[in-house]
Design a protein around this ligand. Structure first.
Ligand code: GRF
Length: 223
C-alpha cells in the first residue's frame, strides 16, 4: 500500500530561519504528512535562504521594497507559491503584516508561530515584556492566521518556566527550542487533517484535534 500523498508546504521567512529548518528536517521523515516545496523571503539577505538551499529546498526572494503596496507584494508571493503548487503556507519568522486578501486566500491553510502563550503577549519583544511583568511561565504558540495580528485558532502550545536569572536572550533561546518542537508537530496535525478549525454556535473558533487522548503534557519544557 502506498503512503498518503504529502501536502505541499511553502514557508515564508524574513530572518535566520531556524523554525523553517526545523520544518524541513521533520519533513524528511517519509512518514511525515507534508513536504516543504519552497521558501520565500521578503528580505534579500535572510540567513534562512542559504539554509533552505543547503537542504535542497527552492528558495526565492520577493523583496517587499520593490512593490508599490502590500497587495502587489503579496500577489508576487502568491505567484511563487502557486508555481510550486503550495497547499499550506507556514509563516516562520515572517515579519510583514499580511492583508486580509492574502489571509482569506489561504484560510485555514495558513499557520504562524509566535514566541508567547497567546492570547498573552501578542506583538514584538514578548520575552522582555514577560520578564518585566514577572510572569513565571512563558511559551510559544502555533496558530491559524486571522486578519488581526497574532490572533487565530490555536493548534499547539508549549510552556516554558521562567528562571529567576533569565534575560530576554536566555528566555528566547529556551522558547526557541520549544518552537522547534511544536512547529513540526502542529504542521503535521494540519497536513494530516488531525487539527481542524471548528466554530461554536456564536461563531467562536477553536481547533479540535483528532486522536489526542488528553492534554499534551510533553509540551511543558524543563527549566
Ligand atoms: C521566532 O522566535 C518566531 O517565533 C518569531 O521570530 C523568530 C524567528 O526565528 N516570530 P527563526 O527565523 O525561525 O530562527
Amino acid at each position: 500500500m502506498s503512503a498518503a500523498p504529502k501536502r505541499r508546504v511553502g514557508v515564508l521567512i524574513s530572518g535566520g530561519g531556524s523554525n523553517m529548518a526545523a520544518l524541513i528536517a521533520a519533513a524528511r521523515d517519509p512518514a511525515y504528512p507534508a513536504e516543504i516545496v519552497c521558501v520565500v523571503s521578503n528580505v534579500a539577505d535572510a540567513g534562512g535562504l542559504a539554509k533552505a538551499e543547503a537542504a535542497g529546498v527552492t528558495a526565492r526572494v520577493v523583496d517587499h521594497k520593490g512593490f508599490a503596496d502590500r497587495e502587489s507584494f503579496e500577489r508576487a508571493v502568491v505567484a511563487v507559491l502557486e508555481a510550486h503548487e503550495v497547499e499550506i503556507v507556514a509563516l516562520a519568522g515572517f515579519m510583514r503584516l499580511l492583508t486580509p486578501w492574502f489571509i482569506e486566500r489561504w484560510r485555514d491553510r495558513l499557520i504562524n508561530i509566535h514566541p508567547a502563550l497567546l492570547p498573552a503577549y501578542k506583538g514584538l519583544h514578548t520575552h522582555a515584556r514577560a520578564l518585566a511583568d514577572g510572569v513565571k511561565i512563558v511559551g510559544c504558540t502555533v496558530h491559524f492566521v486571522r486578519p488581526e495580528m497574532d490572533v487565530g485558532p490555536i493548534i499547539v502550545q508549549a510552556a516554558v518556566p521562567v528562571a529567576d536569572d533569565d534575560t530576554p536572550d536566555t528566555l528566547a533561546a529556551r522558547v526557541l527550542t520549544q518552537e522547534h518542537r511544536i512547529y513540526p508537530l502542529a504542521l503535521a496535525r494540519v497536513a494530516s487533517g488531525a487539527a481542524r478549525v471548528v466554530a461554536d454556535a456564536d461563531g467562536r473558533e477553536r481547533v479540535a484535534t483528532r486522536d489526542l487522548a488528553g492534554p499534551d503534557a510533553a509540551l511543558i519544557s524543563p527549566l
